[in-house]
Design a protein around this ligand. Structure first.
Ligand code: FEO
Length: 401
């Protein structure tokens, strides 16, 4: 056991005992340039309780951090707030060391943990709103179905006014700092926005409903302990306000122009469109696949009112990198965006129609007629692209009024 791993006090009798993954760069398709943490928490109540575990190969780090406070065999209960394997992967290994009296999860969590891990431990389902006595402290469970898995739930430790929020309000950010006030606000906002865009964006209506429900409960909150990134203790109202804004999916006066290119024709079109958007007075960002990652595109889309996409046609199809980003975006269901398609081709020209179909699937509003150009755009074609950009820009400006 690596005894250099220590627990970090979070509140009275509550310790962070998670793992820092400095090296992960791909989290199921989401580019994590800053790594991540898998947070787990130890509650030193009469019934010693572990809230969540970590990804499977970080079990030694978790157990070492626990051991810096108490012998891991003293753990009585394990609570799983979320069965995704970054938080449950180590559950069986930890249970083999700890031999817990009981393991708790939501009703769906109990099923999902069995389906994912095929564990030898029995999982006891807990009901929404039910309490679990830890002797001198009490945990209350709140289901958050589909935020973001069917099994997800929050656990609230009223004694410390602490909400264990699993993925909600989290971010992929590896750091030794464990609290929000120890990190720059710009970094927190950027990483939290990226997390929201890539993990929760398609669930925005459910996020809105949950925020309303939690607000109505009027829970005293001193700490929000997420499963990724820092614990919120200073900026709880701020991160909740950001979630309110992001989940409202309000359009802005900004377009993103996303493209890939074979022989620079589609690139030329993209840049002419961007010039047109800017000339109309709207903001614009150009993103080229290969240079930009799908997860950064969806993050930029969170703060945009228009999604403009361009692709060459390759062998009667959209370019593979554009199919990738559009498939990813379709799954994350951006709302309230204008859209337009463009592209170049040599002989068949299917790419623009295929982009239009992606946009139709996403139910985005077509802001201008598509532009499709054979081979290299001439001056007239460039003007068509510029005009498309201007038309989109003019519509975006209406959002400011
Ligand atoms: Fe961090 Fe949905 O797992």
């Amino acid at each position: 056991m690596n005894r250099s791993f220590k627990a970090v006090p979070v509140a009275k009798d509550v310790f962070w005992v998670g793992a820092v993954d400095w090296s992960i760069r791909d989290f199921h398709g989401y580019a994590t340039q800053n790594g991540t943490t898998y947070n787990a928490y130890l509650v030193m109540a009469d019934k010693v309780t572990l809230v969540d575990t970590v990804k499977s190969h970080f079990s030694d780090e978790l157990l070492a951090r626990v051991a810096s406070v108490v012998d891991p065999s003293r753990i009585d209960y394990i609570v799983s707030n979320h069965s995704e394997m970054d938080h449950s992967g180590a559950l069986q290994t930890v249970a083999d060391v700890v031999h817990p009296e009981q393991v708790f999860a939501s009703a769906m969590g109990a099923k999902n943990l069995v389906a994912n891990l095929h564990p030898s431990v029995t999982i006891t389902p807990v009901a929404d709103g039910s309490n679990l006595s830890l002797g001198n402290k009490t945990l209350t469970f709140m289901e958050t179905k589909m935020l973001h898995w069917p099994d997800s739930m929050f656990s609230y430790l009223a004694d410390e006014q602490l909400l264990f929020s699993q993925d909600a309000f989290g971010m992929h950010l590896a750091s030794m700092e464990r609290f929000d006030d120890q990190l720059p606000a710009e970094l927190l906002e950027a990483e939290a926005a990226k997390y929201y865009a890539n993990i929760l964006n398609h669930l925005s209506p459910k996020v809105q409903a949950l925020l309303q429900k939690v607000k109505a409960m009027n829970l005293p909150l001193k700490l929000v302990a997420t499963d990724h990134g820092p614990v919120w203790r200073d900026k709880i109202a701020w991160i909740v306000e950001l979630y309110e804004r992001w989940s409202a999916q309000l359009p802005t006066d900004r377009a993103i122009v996303v493209f890939d290119t074979m022989w620079e024709s589609t690139a030329l079109m993209a840049h002419a469109i961007a010039e047109g958007v800017s000339a109309a007075g709207a903001r614009v960002k150009v993103m080229r696949m290969g240079a930009d990652h799908r997860s950064d595109v969806i993050t930029e889309l969170l703060d945009s009112g228009a999604f403009l996409a361009g692709s060459p046609t390759l062998n009667n199809n959209i370019f593979p990198s554009m199919a990738d980003v559009l498939t990813y975006a379709r799954g994350l269901r951006p709302l309230n965006k204008l859209c337009a398609a463009f592209g170049s081709y040599g002989w068949s020209g299917e790419s623009v129609k295929q982009i239009e179909q992606y946009f139709a699937d996403m139910k985005l509003e077509k802001a201008a007629e598509s532009v499709s150009v054979k081979y290299v755009p001439d001056a007239d074609a460039v003007k068509l692209c510029y005009d498309l950009g201007q038309a989109v820009g003019a519509k975006l400006l209406a959002y400011k009024k």
